[in-house]
Design a protein around this ligand. Structure first.
Ligand code: GLU
Length: 478
């Protein structure tokens, strides 16, 4: 029987949503419309298909790389493997990367890539073939390189895929000294950097803590200041959600709810993400985890349970006008890109909530990617030159103080003071400083004008202004 061609597809709207947020913010800037249009548009959209042989079948693989803005080079952004990947999504995510980099002062333009496959349906060998071919296609069109466009992990990809990309690129560019800076998120053993894998989640945790620490803002939404004891629901226990949950527990928050693709769990006294994942490993599902007081077969129900902070850290389009009214959280911290639609965001803020927007909240990943890129260009790990020197200087200082005062430190006290910083400590320090500074930059913009109603608008106003300056510096605009 012939197949019907009347398969109605959902209207693509993600890029339009990002543009709607942009247009709203643009009215609070003084730039001419032409420049705003140039900032908003996706500069280069590369859509390509290649054949992939599977046994007796030939599959057509559809893939994209979008470079949203080259106001700074290289462009930067992850590569996503998901059946749901489409051009509209990659364009939206590339645009978000541009604003994200500007917000956290990472000197890159924005980009994003995607392959429309479900990685679970392919063997490791097949994924390697597809990833290497994808990289070759990027090389052929000059869509990858340390000074051109630098991919990173995203949904459905990780260190393994980044290694294949790095190896393919290096093989095709023999003798290029900086070739490993063509991609970030690589394993530490292959020119990666300590702390990159957990960086996005860690950044989400820092953003939430910073928000919760502002007494005035907490009072306005009816919460006490401070992260300690705050009740958090996390959607998605992937790389971002899991690490955000871990760091929030470290900071003193309580994970009261977890929503995954196979269900949701709740316990007002707190849940342990490691124990939940262990339970799933043993039984095949998070459901049935015995320390949950409530569980839900429909994951979305988990989002609507009592909490102070909701962290959507899965995919876009999770909080819509349909379910936003039932969300009990006072703060939504967007670990994922685009989890809240414009209508839902509007309704939530009108109800008196705070949204910590994706383009700031999940910028920890690209921040540490920047550090990795710098490490690759300098060919030396952070801390290698000065760790021992710092320790020696600290020893000398303590010796002098001890001689002068006649008092001495215990060996343990001496150790903590003397210790020079290693790469992980330096990376975490850079990440924390970046997230905290950016938070207050955004907050100051929000407070500078009563009409700037949300943190998202404020973040975008800041980003647009910075990008406009780059265009001026490039001589493209007077
Ligand atoms: N895919 C991550 C993001 O959406 C990281 C991008 C990068 O490190 O370049 O921010």
């Amino acid at each position: 029987m012939a197949k019907s061609i009347a398969k109605k597809e959902q209207e693509p709207h993600f890029f339009n949503d990002v543009s709607a947020f942009f247009d709203h913010a643009a009215q609070f800037t003084k730039h001419p419309q032409g420049l705003l249009n140039q900032i908003k548009v996706c500069n280069s959209v590369y859509r390509f298909s290649f054949p992939f042989r599977r046994g007796d079948n030939l599959e057509v693989i559809n893939a994209w790389r979008v470079e949203h803005s080259q106001h700074m080079s290289p462009t930067k952004g992850g590569i996503r493997y998901s059946e749901m990947v489409n051009e509209d999504e990659v364009m939206a995510l590339a645009a978000l990367m541009t604003y994200k980099c500007a917000i956290v002062n990472v000197p890159f333009g924005g980009a994003k890539g995607g392959i429309a496959i479900n990685p679970k349906n392919y063997s490791i060998g097949e994924l390697e073939t597809i990833t290497r071919r994808y990289t070759v296609e990027l090389v052929k069109k000059n869509f990858i390189g340390p000074a051109i466009d630098v991919p990173a992990p995203d949904y459905g990809t990780g260190e393994r895929e980044m290694s294949w990309i790095a190896d393919t690129y290096t093989t095709m560019n023999p003798g290029q000294l900086d070739s490993f800076a063509c991609v970030t998120g690589k394993p530490i053993s292959l020119h990666g950097i300590a702390g990159r894998k957990v960086a996005t989640g860690r950044g989400v945790g820092i953003a939430i803590r910073e928000c919760a620490n502002v007494a005035e803002d907490m009072k306005a939404i009816g919460l006490t200041p401070g992260i300690t004891g705050k009740r958090v629901i996390v959607q998605g226990l992937g790389n971002v959600g899991y690490n955000a949950a871990k760091v929030l527990i470290e900071f003193g928050a309580i994970i009261v709810g977890v929503c995954e693709y196979d269900g949701a769990l709740y316990n007002p006294d707190g849940l342990d993400p490691d124990a939940i994942l262990e339970h799933r490993k043993n039984t095949g599902s998070i459901l049935g985890y015995r320390k949950a007081t409530k569980s839900f077969k429909t994951p979305a129900e988990g989002l609507e349970q009592p909490c102070d902070i909701l962290v959507p850290a899965a995919l876009e389009n999770q909080l819509t006008e349909e379910n936003i009214g039932r969300i009990q959280a006072k703060i939504i911290a967007e670990g994922a890109n685009g989890p809240t639609t414009p209508g839902a965001a509007d309704a939530f803020v009108k109800k008196g909530g705070i949204i910590i927007p994706d383009m700031y909240c999940n910028a920890g990943g690209v921040t540490v990617s920047y550090f990795e890129w710098l490490k690759n260009l300098s060919h030396v790990s952070f801390g290698r030159m000065d760790k021992r020197y710092e320790e020696m200087a600290n020893q000398n200082l303590i010796n002098t103080v001890e001689t002068m005062t006649g008092k001495s430190l215990t060996p343990a006290e001496r150790m903590t003071i003397v210790k020079g910083a290693d790469e992980l400590e330096l990376v975490n320090s850079g990440l924390e400083d970046t997230m905290i500074r950016a938070y207050h930059e955004i907050r100051d913009i929000r407070n500078s004008n009563k009409a700037i109603d949300t943190f998202r608008t404020a973040a975008l106003v800041g980003a647009i202004n910075k990008i406009a300056v780059s265009y001026q510096n490039l001589g493209i605009w007077p």
